[in-house]
Design a binder for this molecule. Structure first.
Ligand code: R5P
Length: 289
């Protein structure tokens, strides 16, 4: 088995290589003077099962994925599995208003053209998998996040910032054998949310808020403030996909956040949790080799 790492996900690809005892494919990746991307696969991968690992965020990484898929196909791979650690555009998973695209579907259809199967981690909603026209699987980073929190932080309670995050939080609470609660959030627009005031039993507790995505940080910041009002001792935030758009970090810090944790689906200095073990588990569970 051979693994090609796109520039958005080189660490994940290398970790996956170790886990699956695969060969890391050598390639050339550079920019033409006009900034167009040039890709060349250097190893012989003909008749092999090749896994391409690439997060589709930001936009430039999508083009890179398409070129990698084509290069791998042209090089004669027998089978192509595309691992998308963070599947960008997933939140536009329906037409909210007339005239809009279903962006998640548009992306999935294009990725499916040069692949035999796909894997993504904690997709925003599971139904997104149906947009791919090839077999698609998802796995969760929650077991890895829960293990990290158990080892590094002394957590008494986990909080879901909205009902959408509740199932993930329940799963983490089960692994960590601790209490959990949730908040009721209403999204007004892309940058504004409202959280219903709630009396959380957080007094003197160390609390971890877990969500799939931190984008502008608004959801987490409001939840942190509510926990602080309820006299929580320590508040850490953890997510699978840390986008940290605009001044998200500043927002989290000024709300009183004690620690920011994300996985490496989007690589940043907060990528404290590795997702390669989750992907490996899925490979073994559904026998994807
Ligand atoms: C929404 O349903 C997601 O699960 C996250 O809660 C959301 O994307 C977070 O966005 P932000 O950080 O901008 O509040």
């Amino acid at each position: 088995m051979y693994i090609v790492g796109g520039t958005a996900s080189e660490n994940v690809a290398k970790n996956l290589c170790k886990e699956l005892q695969a060969t890391y494919v050598k390639k050339v990746s550079k920019r033409f003077p006009d900034d167009e991307l040039y890709i060349q696969i250097l190893d012989d991968i003909s008749k092999e099962h090749v896994i391409i690992v690439q997060t589709t965020y930001p936009d430039q990484k999508i083009i890179e994925l398409f070129l990698l898929q084509d290069a791998v196909k042209e090089a004669g791979a027998k089978e192509i599995t595309v691992v998308i650690p963070y599947f960008g555009y997933a939140r536009q998973d329906t037409k909210f208003k007339e005239g809009e695209p279903i962006s998640a579907k548009a992306m999935a259809k294009l990725i499916s053209l040069n692949a035999d199967k796909t894997i993504t981690i904690d997709p925003h909603k599971e139904h997104i998998l149906d947009f791919f026209t090839i077999p698609s699987y998802s796995c969760s980073a929650i077991p890895e996040i829960a293990k990290y929190l158990e080892k590094k932080e002394d957590i008494d309670m986990i909080l879901a910032p909205d009902k959408g995050a509740l199932e993930r939080v329940k799963q983490a609470a089960k692994i960590m054998r601790c209490d959990f609660d949730y908040m009721e959030k209403t999204r007004i627009d892309g940058t504004t949310i409202e959280i219903k005031p709630k009396n959380l039993k957080a007094k003197n507790k160390n609390v971890a808020i877990i969500d799939d995505i931190i984008s502008t940080g608004g959801t987490m910041a409001k939840s942190i403030k509510q926990l602080k009002k309820n006299d929580a001792k320590k508040v850490v935030v953890a997510c699978t996909h840390g986008l940290f758009a605009d001044d998200a970090i500043k927002k989290l810090n000024s709300a009183g956040c004690d620690e920011i944790i994300s996985t490496d689906t989007i690589e940043s200095k907060f990528s404290k949790v590795k997702i390669a073990p989750s992907i490996t588990r899925l490979f073994h569970q559904v026998n994807l080799r």
